[in-house]
Design a protein around this ligand. Structure first.
Ligand code: BDR
Ligand code: CA
Length: 312
């Protein structure tokens, strides 16, 4: 089967970086058309640079990196440097990238790539705030029906990680998340309920280190940094490796399980801004707009990830 055409829209971020690497390591299944970057974990100037550094770490120069929106639609940008460090990729020191940033704006690149490919063939994979994706859908509504699907990391049916109610990507740009969930595009939502089962434990980190390549040494070092915040905050044996679950779902959907539900995004509210309201029990009689994945085979995920990282 021909590989699936994918645009990865991200805000690297150590876990976004692993998502990039997993996609690059899987050319039989994934044709990575572009990496589009957005402000999120750190400002845009850093997310676009980090994406280029990660691509360059693999010695690939054929995947273009685009810079998109520097701030959310309505809210001021709030970053997550307490998790990712000041650079967004703390824990490793990579050389300044020589891969040039593509000249086109990420929103225009998303629109162009979806419009020039046959209908139903491009999958959009956002792993950061949904600003670029929402603006692409607003700028050219014709991309909605042409997309195969949107498989995204964001939201939670239970607890949030920025506030008790909201997950980071949706909390940073709730209006963008609302546009996406109301777009009619088939959505697969990978939220915190699932990613908090996929932990970077010490034995898993050691398996990555033991591969011993420049790529896996870098991954080991930045994941060791990434582990610090979440293991302390949640008293768990490793940080949740959120974003690569999106790519793993494309590669091995059988590693994950969930159910189709209605999901609405709260954009206002004293306590609940950015909350993904997941109608898990079908209480609201409205049509489902997302497949909400809630269970992961974490060992199967890490077996896949480690096998793929070893290829780079
Ligand atoms: C999400 O927020 C970011 O910090 C991570 O990169 C991930 O995309 C998890 O809430
Ligand atoms: Ca991210």
């Amino acid at each position: 089967m021909a590989p699936r055409a994918v645009i990865l829209d991200c805000d690297p971020g150590q876990d976004d970086a692993v998502a990039i690497l997993l996609a690059l390591a899987s050319p039989e299944e994934i044709e990575l058309l572009a990496i589009t970057t957005v402000a999120g974990n750190v400002p845009l100037a850093l997310t676009q640079r980090n994406a280029r550094q990660v691509v360059e770490l693999t010695r690939r120069r054929d995947v273009p990196v685009f810079a998109g929106c520097a701030r959310p639609i309505l809210e001021p940008l709030v970053t997550a440097t307490e998790v990712h460090g000041e650079t967004g990729l703390d824990g490793v020191s990579l050389p300044e990238p020589t891969l040039p940033l593509a000249a086109e704006h990420a929103v225009d690149a998303i629109v162009r790539l979806v419009m020039e490919r046959p209908p139903g063939t491009v999958t959009l994979c956002p792993t950061g705030p949904l600003t670029n994706v929402a603006l692409a859908l607003v700028k050219e509504p014709a991309i909605g029906p042409r997309l195969a699907e949107i498989v995204l990391m964001g939201g939670a049916k239970a607890l949030g990680n920025v506030t008790p109610a909201a997950e980071f990507n949706f909390w940073v740009d709730p209006h963008a998340a609302r546009v996406v969930f109301e777009s009619g595009v088939p959505i697969t939502m990978i939220g915190l309920d699932l990613t908090h089962q996929v932990l970077v434990t010490a034995p898993r980190l050691e398996r990555i280190r033991a591969i011993g390549t420049p790529v896996t040494r870098a991954v080991h070092d930045f994941l060791q940094f990434f582990n610090r915040h979440d293991t302390a905050r949640y008293a768990i044996p490793g940080a949740p490796l959120h974003d690569p679950c999106v790519i793993a779902h494309l590669l091995r959907p059988g590693l994950f399980a969930g159910k189709r539900c209605r999901v609405d995004i709260e954009t206002e509210g004293r306590f609940c801004r950015g909350r993904s309201v997941v109608d898990w029990w079908g209480r609201c009689d409205r049509p489902a707009n997302a497949l909400v994945l809630s269970e992961a085979d974490a060992d199967g995920f890490f077996d896949l990830l480690i096998e793929r990282l070893a290829r780079l």
